[in-house]
Each structure stands twice: as structure tokens, then as C-alpha cells.
Design a protein around this ligand. Structure first.
Ligand SMILES: CCC[C@@H](CC(=O)O)C(=O)C(=O)O
Ligand SMILES: [Zn+2]
Length: 339
């Protein structure tokens, strides 16, 4: 297992049934770094100092330097913070209102509710948090209103270095930086994003488990029109092999990232991320970049391109039939016994 400095106790890390290889840890100046990024393979970059100006972003500092605006936190009774896109509910209703009315509402209950909070209240709740309390996860895009101290630090990030990466690898624009402050034990369950991600760890440690886009068939994502679009239906920490038998074919890669590490999470790669001991909370900042232009398509096409195609087919069929519920039946009719 590749880890950062003063690595967490490996015996504490959860064991899984599937094999996990190490994600390479390379100094950011190593020429292999750009080869891996170019081939859309994950790599932990050390020594970039990308967010060195944020190395002091612990709870006390954030409490004093993030101003008095409202920040978004998610609250969960369990330890999972599975993304739930409220906008999809409106889309389903617009496509076929009857649909959500007759589906079991449990499918559409957000597992972690979001609410606004002042950073001072959040910091107090984290300090007072004890096992058994509902869990908190601050997830807030940084902006010019994020507090004077934080903005000053933000300006001093290694923008020269990261912008050179963005240009070299032909990524699209930086959409935003999400500040993540979570409790030890918080899990963001397995999902993929449609953006390139330079994931900078600032305080504490996170265990990151990644799977390539080619393992789409083992991770059974929710349908594209579902509020849990892009999220796996499987719970890696509580596998249901009857419902999801192909989980047995999973083969992932992992790294424990600590302060100063930057993990490159390639677009469409699945990732399951847990805040781990010994620290009580973790602070991370991601850099999400839009995908670059497709350019010359090479055949056979790559796994991530197949995921993009499958997404478009699902969207087109749901739109054409005006009822997402019919997509599965039509696809089964189309392929069973024929291909
Ligand atoms: C809301 C984003 C959460 C983050 C994972 C984590 O640090 O918990 C992630 O999935 C990403 O950066 O893509
Ligand atoms: Zn993600």
C-alpha cells in the first residue's frame, strides 16, 4: 500500500474481497507523471506544493478565515455520503410525471441531507462530535466570498504548475475547487465524475480506492436519469453478491493520501474515498477540469469512451420513450439472444 508520510496504521484499514494494487506515488517532476496522466491512469503526485499555501488550513484556521457566509454541509445518520442530484427529480417529472409518482419513494430519499451552516458552528460541531452522532461533511466550492484569509491563500496556490498541466493534457476549463472537510470514517461511496480531477489532500489522511472505467459492468451504476446517476449501486463495504454477482470480478488500485499529496483521478474512473485515522477530521481541495476536446478517435475505443456512449444511449432512449422505466425492457429485448 502506497501511503503518505507518517502513514496511518495499515491494520486499521478495512479489508476487501477484491485485489487492490498500489497507485504509483511519484515526485511531480518525474517524467512518468505526464505519461500516466496522458494515458488517463491514476498517480499520486508528491512535492508539487500545489496547495502549499493551504497547509495551515486546519479547523482553527478555517474557522477564523472563512468569513461569515453560509457553507453547505451534508448530514448523514450513517457514514456514507452518496451524491444525490435533486435536479434529476425535476427532469424525471418533466419527462414523465407519472413515473416518480408510482415508484417507491425510498428510491428518491436523499441519504444525506444538505443544510447551510456558518463555519464557526460547523467547527464547534466537529470538535464536539463523538461516535454515534450524525456525521457531517462540509462540501463547498471556493469563491471570492470564501473569506479573506482563505482567498489570499488560494491566490498563492501553484497556479503556474497546475495550469501547465491543464494545457499539456488538453483539459477543458477549471470548473471549480470543492473544499471538503469531513470526519474520520466519512465515506464518499463508489462513483465516477465526468471531469478530470487533481485531488489535493491538505489535513489528515484519505484512503482512495479506484477502478478503471472498464469495470462499469462490475459496479452496476444507477440509471443516468436516476438522482444517483454516476453512483454505483453496490456498497463496497457491504457487498450483495446475489444482486451484483460481477462484483466478484472487481480489481482496483488504492492509495492513502496525506498532507501535500495530489491524487490524479482520471475522468470516468470510479473512486471510493474514506477519511481514515489517526486524525479526527480531514481537509481536501479538489480541482475539477472539464474534459478536453475529443480530437482524433483511436480504435478500438477506450473504456471511458464506451461509458460516454452508454450514457448517451440511455438518455436518448428515455427521451424517445418518454418513460425511463421502459429503457431496460427495450434494451433487454434488443440484445437477449441476438448478440
Ligand atoms: C463531493 C466530492 C467528494 C470527493 C471524495 C471525497 O473526498 O470524499 C470526490 O468524489 C471527488 O473529489 O471527486
Ligand atoms: Zn468524485
Amino acid at each position: 500500500m502506497s501511503t503518505s508520510r507518517n502513514e496511518p496504521d495499515q491494520c486499521n484499514l478495512r479489508k476487501y474481497d477484491f485485489p487492490l494494487d498500489d497507485i504509483p506515488r511519484l515526485n511531480c517532476m518525474d517524467p512518468q507523471v505526464d505519461e500516466l496522466i496522458k494515458s488517463k491512469k491514476p498517480v499520486v503526485l508528491t512535492g508539487s506544493n500545489l496547495v502549499g499555501a493551504a497547509s495551515k488550513w486546519d479547523l482553527d484556521y478555517l474557522e477564523k478565515n472563512m468569513g461569515n457566509g453560509d457553507f453547505t454541509i451534508f448530514v448523514s445518520k450513517g457514514n456514507q455520503f452518496k451524491f444525490f442530484d435533486e435536479k434529476k427529480l425535476a427532469e424525471i417529472d418533466s419527462v414523465s410525471g407519472a413515473h416518480t409518482k408510482n415508484r417507491p419513494q425510498k428510491e428518491y430519499i436523499r441519504p444525506a441531507k444538505s443544510c447551510p451552516i456558518k463555519i464557526q458552528d460547523f467547527a464547534k460541531r466537529v470538535r464536539e462530535w463523538k461516535d454515534g452522532d450524525e456525521r457531517l461533511y462540509l462540501q463547498q466550492a471556493l469563491s471570492s466570498t470564501s473569506g479573506a484569509g482563505v482567498v489570499q491563500d488560494f491566490i498563492r496556490f501553484r497556479w503556474d504548475w497546475v495550469t501547465a498541466k491543464q494545457k499539456l493534457h488538453n483539459w477543458g476549463k477549471l470548473t471549480y475547487n470543492l473544499l471538503l472537510v469531513g470526519l474520520e470514517g466519512n465515506v464518499t461511496p463508489c462513483h465516477y465524475d465526468e471531469q478530470e480531477n487533481l485531488f489535493a489532500q491538505i489535513h489528515g489522511h484519505k484512503r482512495c480506492i479506484l477502478f478503471p472505467p472498464e469495470q462499469f459492468g462490475c459496479l452496476y451504476p444507477h440509471p443516468v436519469w436516476h438522482p444517483h446517476d454516476r453512483q454505483s449501486q453496490v456498497d463496497l463495504d457491504n457487498p450483495d453478491y446475489d444482486r451484483f454477482p460481477k462484483m466478484r470480478d472487481l480489481h482496483g488500485v488504492q492509495a492513502v493520501v496525506g498532507p501535500g499529496d495530489v491524487l490524479y483521478i482520471p475522468i470516468y474512473w470510479w473512486h471510493h474515498i474514506e477519511s481514515v485515522k489517526p486524525e479526527k477530521y480531514t481537509v481536501s481541495l479538489n480541482f475539477w477540469y472539464k474534459a478536453g476536446p475529443v480530437g482524433q478517435v483511436e480504435y478500438p475505443i477506450k473504456g471511458y469512451q464506451k461509458v460516454a456512449i452508454m450514457r448517451n444511449v440511455e438518455k436518448m432512449l428515455a427521451e424517445a420513450m418518454q418513460d425511463p422505466e421502459e429503457v431496460g425492457a427495450l434494451l433487454r429485448t434488443m440484445v437477449q439472444g441476438r448478440f
